[in-house]
Design a protein around this ligand. Structure first.
Ligand code: PRP
Ligand code: HPA
Length: 189
């Protein structure tokens, strides 16, 4: 059954509020700026979920004096659902990646299939280096081998989460906090 965002919020717990998330993003920018000092990485926002995080992270990195070459991509495997399927590419970046340092910015590393496919594609395009910045990492042991976030902001529980870019049935992406649906609500979807 289609449920609205008000229903989702009423059946969720607040996991990380806005201040916590934005402080975490500011903290993440420090090692990123140190690691990329002296280079201009291709900064790839992974749409749609990565958009709010990537915008904020880019500003924090800029404040630390590192320029970024912006581009974006869209690869999705959830398509508004609460469990993932095959990875579908909807948009590939136009910037040539050969020889470039690449920084990927996404909202969540969950099972890792999405980022694994994206990292592999960037390498196939000849990127010199591919690093991952993820706002949230979900705590479980189902992540595919070899995929981990080089930089992450917060951990989230092994529940369906939404807000700060992440959708509940394509709603709630612009909520300025992260919420987790109760397991009971997830069963009742
Ligand atoms: O680690 P995984 O289990 O692969 O899941 C993580 C991915 O899932 C979400 O994207 P989604 O497919 O929902 O696309 P969207 O950002 O357009 O909503 C999220 O933005 C990550 O890219
Ligand atoms: O828990 C999640 N919420 C929203 N989008 C997601 N993509 C992977 N996992 C999630």
């Amino acid at each position: 059954m289609a449920r609205d965002i008000a229903w989702a919020l009423a059946n969720s717990d607040l996991i990380h509020d806005r201040d916590t998330l934005e402080s975490a993003i500011a903290r993440m920018a420090q090692p990123i700026a140190a690691d990329f000092a002296g280079s201009v990485p291709v900064f790839l926002t992974i749409m749609h979920g990565g958009l709010p995080f990537a915008g904020r992270l880019a500003m924090e990195i800029g404040a630390l004096g590192v320029d970024l070459a912006f581009d974006y991509l869209h690869a999705t495997r959830y398509r508004g659902a609460t469990s993932g399927g095959e990875l579908t590419w909807k948009h590939r970046p136009a910037t040539p990646l050969a020889g470039r340092r690449v920084l990927l910015a996404d909202d969540i590393l969950d099972e890792g299939h999405t980022l694994r496919g994206i990292v592999q594609w960037c390498r196939d395009e000849g990127a010199a280096e591919v690093r991952i910045a993820a706002l949230a990492v979900k705590k479980h042991d189902r992540c595919v081998d070899g995929v981990c976030a080089d930089y992450h902001g917060v951990e989230v529980p092994d529940r369906y989460v939404f807000g700060y870019g992440m959708d509940f049935q394509e709603q709630g992406r612009n909520l300025p906090a992260i919420y987790a649906l109760t397991d009971e609500a997830l069963r009742n979807l």
